[in-house]
Design a protein around this ligand. Sequence first.
Ligand SMILES: *Cc1c(COP(=O)(O)O)cnc(C)c1O
Length: 237
Amino acid sequence: MKELEQNINKIQQNIQRAALKSGRTSEDITLIGVTKTVPVDRIKKSLHYGITQIGENKAQELLSKYDELEKLIHFHFIGHLQSNKVKYIIDKVQLIHSVDSYNLAKKINKEAQKHSIVMNILLQVNIAQEEGKFGMTKEMLYQSLYPIAQLPYVCVKGLMAIPPYTEQPEKNRGYFQEMRQLFIDIKHKNIDNIHMEVLSMGMTNDYQVAIEEGATMIRIGSGIYGERIYTNAKEGK
Ligand SMILES: *Cc1c(COP(=O)(O)O)cnc(C)c1O
């Protein structure tokens, strides 16, 4: 069996097991292949084994792969998004996971209006309150909910988090539980235009725990494609 196929099969089995532990099935969990630094050929191969949705974290890199893949695959934007880059990706992605301020949501609203589309977004929470990491604090999140709900070309679909990197996934269980609690709490507010359907959390090292605690969408890079090799100096574009 090929390496990619093996990796993906293993992950799908783990998804199923973790989903059962939380009273769900693998159909309740969406697997996003994180393809930063992964060449288009390899992405196409993974498509063959069931990766139909991919996440990119840089506008420039997404654009460079878009033409070759757009008919085959759905793109998600998962990285920090600068306001001046919104216009490049707005008509190319089906979900922006990483909205971390009202101002960014407002900018997305403005660009979406130009294309007459409603952009689906997740609100990113800095759940471990890590210094220098993107994402809103819980307080910011609650403050921004009502203003963001007013934006007609933006639709909030849920929440996203990136807990600290760890090789011991149990260390992040508490953060995943906190995210789930936030998700439920906001859902109960029944705010118009704020839907809590997607809880995007869990990466290669901790996705099983994330699913056990309620993740509906997981983002896996190295677990599928292998360790990332950064070739040229990372560009911020
Ligand atoms: C890189 C990245 C991932 C995937 O990380 P792995 O540990 O390789 O699975 C998931 N989410 C975001 C936002 C990322 O930038």
